[in-house]
Design a binder for this molecule. Structure first.
Ligand code: FAD
Length: 399
């Protein structure tokens, strides 16, 4: 494992730092996804992504013919780290850039790539993920939304649930049942659906953060051209899993967790407790030491995976490890912050005594959702046990 950057990578990193210093809009620093429900903020978030793309810092590993630079994963890692370090706003089109985009490069037709990839990069079109249904979450292959062939189209009927961003998405990558007679994994297809199609109804669901980040989506005789099928009829399970691996890597990104840990340490040093700083309390110190070990282990595992990737070794169960470790750690960091804050923890953003602009209770609630989304921790543990450690298979289909 070589942890040093080459001279060319250091030059790239310096140029990026300068660009970020000049270009991050102050008002958008540390912006959180839950703020995109507001149309003005959504427009600003799209403008930010476009700017990042035009500067050449988005999707670096994509092939040049689709708007990337064919760069190795090291450059993309430098970009990810520097964005977090500079407190850049999040990317509103992340499901496009990190999930459906790479899937189309791998499994899409040339026409689908030319039609969708440019608008994914510029954030002109935002995507949502139509996988989960009532009764099909962890057991995703039980999904029942039907797509029947009708001339050159499919007719889609059914319901999705927990669909993040559907309230403002332009497109959905969606799993549908195209062969009800086949074994359940074999009768599924992967469709690209225009969210403006007649027959689609989106109903927001309010989460415990108070925001409506995800939705129910209903389909009633929705026409979808057969040209929007990805990876072939009844081959959707394979395509869906390619997207899921990208999603788990996205949710398992480690840099923000490292930064959150630094914020937690600052809080512990500066927040008073019993006449001294919280970090002087032996019980708090023990928690912090435990978290420090977990953060360090996570970081070294990320470097190990980066080395594997640069040497062309298969990634195996890495995405599941990242997702499990990082999302649980994020939640424990926020929980420790709330323990330290005690009765100051739940104060609202506008309260004069609030710490860190009230992010900790929001992080606590939001991070709990990410332990569930993209496949729960229990499902990741099953995958790691069966595919990584070679333990006997559980009698279940699994997500
Ligand atoms: C914030 C958030 C955003 C989301 N965004 C999207 C989205 O954009 N698109 C989308 O399609 N979905 C989305 N989801 C849905 C998410 O993928 C599902 O919630 C998840 O897969 C779990 O499914 P479920 O909610 O039906 O729970 P269930 O599958 O009913 O699970 C309930 C409990 O049982 C456990 N369990 C289930 N099966 C097993 C097993 N075999 N072994 C051990 N334990 C098991 C689970 O771990 C869980 O604790 C989102 C969810 C959240 C929380």
């Amino acid at each position: 494992m070589d942890l040093t950057y080459s001279p060319a990578e250091r030059t790239f990193q310096r140029a990026l730092r300068t660009w970020l210093k000049r270009n991050i809009p102050k008002r958008q620093r540390d912006e959180r996804p839950m703020e995109w429900g507001d149309p003005r903020r959504l427009a600003l978030a799209k403008a930010w992504q476009r700017k990042v793309h035009e500067a050449g810092y988005l999707a670096l590993a994509w092939p040049p013919e689709y708007g990337g630079q064919g760069a190795d994963v090291m450059r993309q890692t430098i970009v990810n780290e520097e964005m977090v370090r500079a407190r850049a706003p999040g990317l509103v089109g992340l499901m496009g850039v990190q999930m459906v985009g790479p899937t189309l490069i791998q499994h899409g037709t040339e026409e689908q790539r030319r039609r969708h990839l440019p608008k994914i990069l510029t954030a002109e079109e935002i995507w949502c993920q139509g996988y989960s249904e009532p009764g099909a979450g962890s057991d995703l292959a039980s999904l029942r939304t039907r797509a029947e062939r009708d001339g050159d189209d499919f007719l889609v009927n059914g319901q999705k649930v927990w669909t993040s961003n559907a309230q403002f998405a332009d497109w959905m990558f969606c799993l549908v049942r195209t062969d009800p007679e086949a074994p359940k994994h074999a009768g599924i297809s992967y469709l690209l659906i225009d969210m403006k199609s007649p027959g689609i109804t989106v109903r927001p669901l309010v989460q415990m953060t108070g925001d409506a980040g995800f939705n129910e989506v209903f389909f009633e005789d929705v026409r979808v051209p057969q040209a929007n099928l990805v990876g072939g009829l009844n081959n959707g399970w394979q395509v869906a899993n390619a997207t899921l691996a990208h999603e788990r890597n996205m949710l398992g990104a480690t840099t923000r967790t490292q930064q959150t840990f630094q914020s937690l340490l600052r809080l512990a040093r500066t927040h008073g407790r019993g006449g001294r700083s919280a970090s002087a309390d032996p019980v708090v110190r023990q928690h912090l030491a435990d978290l420090a070990i977990r953060v360090e282990t996570m970081k070294l595992e990320a470097y190990r995976q980066l080395t594997d990737s640069l040497r062309g070794r298969p990634s195996g169960i890495a995405a599941s490890i990242n997702k499990l470790v990082t999302t649980e750690l994020n939640h424990d960091l926020a929980r420790t912050a709330l323990d330290i804050l005690g009765s100051y923890g739940p104060l609202g953003r506008r309260d004069a005594r609030v710490r860190d602009r009230g992010v900790w209770p929001l992080d606590y609630m939001f991070s709990l959702g990410l332990i569930i989304g993209g496949g729960t921790s229990q499902i990741q543990k099953n995958i790691i046990a069966e595919r990584g450690l070679g333990l006997p298979r559980e009698a279940r289909p699994g997500r």
